[in-house]
Write a protein that binds this ligand. Structure first.
Ligand SMILES: [Zn+2]
Length: 302
C-alpha cells in the first residue's frame, strides 16, 4: 500500500498539468506485441514553434464577459472531408472513467511508462458546475466514433461506457497496439488555471526504445489535429500552456507505450468559465468531435 499512498497525489492531479519528471533514460524497450512496421513519415513533421502566438487574454478595455459565453460563429471552413479514414483502424481513447473516483487505490497503482512511474489512471477534472471530464471525454469520443464509422473507419474504443474503472494507461496503449490501429488519440480536457483557456495537443517526446517508432508521425498528427480543430471546433490554442497549441511530453504512459502514432489532446480547459460554458453544450461537443475527426482524416490523407 506504500506505493499506492505515494502515488495517491497523482490520482487527484488534473491531467495535463503535471510536470515532466526528469528520469534517467532507460535502455529497456517496451514490449512489442506487434511487429508491424512503422508507417512513420517525416516529410510533414513540424516543429512546435509556429509563428502564431497563443491568444493573450483580453484584460484592458474590453467589457466584462457575460457569465455564459456566446458560442463561436459557425466555422467558415466546414467540417472537412473524412474520406481518408475509410477502411482504416483508429483507436479512440476517452480519458478517465466514471468509476475511477470510487476506486482510488485501484487506479493509483503505479505503472512503469518507460520514463518513470505514473498512476494506472486518474479521476480527471471537472467544471465549476460539476460537469466531469470523464463524462465529457466519453461523450466526445462517442461522437468521434460515429463520425469516423459513418465515413467507413473501423473504430476501436478503449472504453465503451462511462461507469467502469480504468483501464490503466498501459492498457489504453495496448488496446491500440493489439488492434494494429494506424492512428490513435486520447481525448481529455484540462484542469488548468481559471484565467487560461484553449486547447493543447501533447505529442510524445523522443524517448529511445519507446517513442522513436511513433515520434515523427505523432508530430505530424499533432499539427494536422491542431489545424483542423482550430478551424472547426472554434476553440483557440491555449494561452497558458503549449506553443500555438502544441507541445511535447515524456510522462504519458498512453503515448510512451504506444506503437501507434498518437497524441493526447486537451481539448479545452474545464476550469475556465468561457471554455466550460462551451463544453456543456452538445452542439459544441459535436463541433469538437468534428474537429477531431477532421484532424485524423487530414493526417491519414497524408
Ligand atoms: Zn484528463
Amino acid at each position: 500500500m506504500a506505493a499506492a499512498l505515494i502515488t495517491g497525489a497523482l490520482v487527484l492531479a488534473a491531467c495535463g498539468s503535471s510536470s515532466s519528471h526528469a528520469v534517467a533514460p532507460t535502455t529497456a524497450r517496451k514490449l512489442s506485441t506487434t511487429a508491424a512496421p512503422s508507417t512513420t513519415r517525416t516529410t510533414r513533421a513540424s516543429s512546435t514553434t509556429s509563428s502564431t502566438a497563443p491568444n493573450a487574454p483580453s484584460t484592458a478595455t474590453a467589457p466584462a464577459p457575460p457569465p455564459t459565453a456566446t458560442p463561436p460563429p459557425p466555422p467558415a471552413s466546414g467540417t472537412g472531408s473524412l474520406a481518408a479514414v475509410a477502411g482504416k483502424t483508429i483507436v479512440i481513447d476517452a480519458g478517465h472513467n466514471g468509476g475511477n473516483a470510487a476506486h482510488a487505490s485501484e487506479i493509483s497503482r503505479p505503472i512503469f511508462i518507460g520514463t518513470g512511474y505514473r498512476a494506472c489512471d486518474t479521476t480527471g477534472t471537472e467544471t465549476n458546475g460539476g460537469y466531469t471530464e470523464h463524462e465529457y471525454t466519453f461523450d466526445v469520443a462517442v461522437r468521434v466514433q460515429a463520425l469516423l464509422a459513418a465515413a467507413g473507419a473501423h473504430v476501436v474504443m478503449t472504453r465503451t461506457d462511462d461507469t467502469g474503472v480504468g483501464p490503466c494507461i498501459d492498457q489504453r496503449a495496448a488496446i491500440g497496439n493489439q488492434a494494429h490501429a494506424i492512428v490513435g488519440i486520447s481525448i481529455h480536457a484540462d484542469g488548468g488555471p481559471a484565467s487560461g483557456r484553449g486547447f493543447c495537443v501533447y505529442m510524445p517526446a523522443l524517448t529511445p526504445g519507446y517513442t522513436d517508432d511513433i515520434y515523427a508521425a505523432s508530430h505530424r498528427l499533432g499539427v494536422d489535429l491542431r489545424d483542423a480543430y482550430q478551424s472547426i471546433a472554434g476553440i483557440p490554442p491555449a494561452d497558458y500552456v503549449c506553443s500555438a497549441g502544441l507541445t511535447e511530453a515524456n510522462n504519458y504512459g498512453g503515448l510512451n507505450l504506444s506503437n501507434v502514432p498518437k497524441v493526447l489532446f486537451e481539448t479545452a480547459n474545464m476550469r475556465n468559465a468561457t471554455d466550460a460554458s462551451l463544453l456543456v453544450l452538445p452542439s459544441i461537443r459535436q463541433r469538437i468531435a468534428a474537429g477531431i475527426a477532421a484532424g485524423l482524416a487530414r493526417y491519414l490523407a497524408g
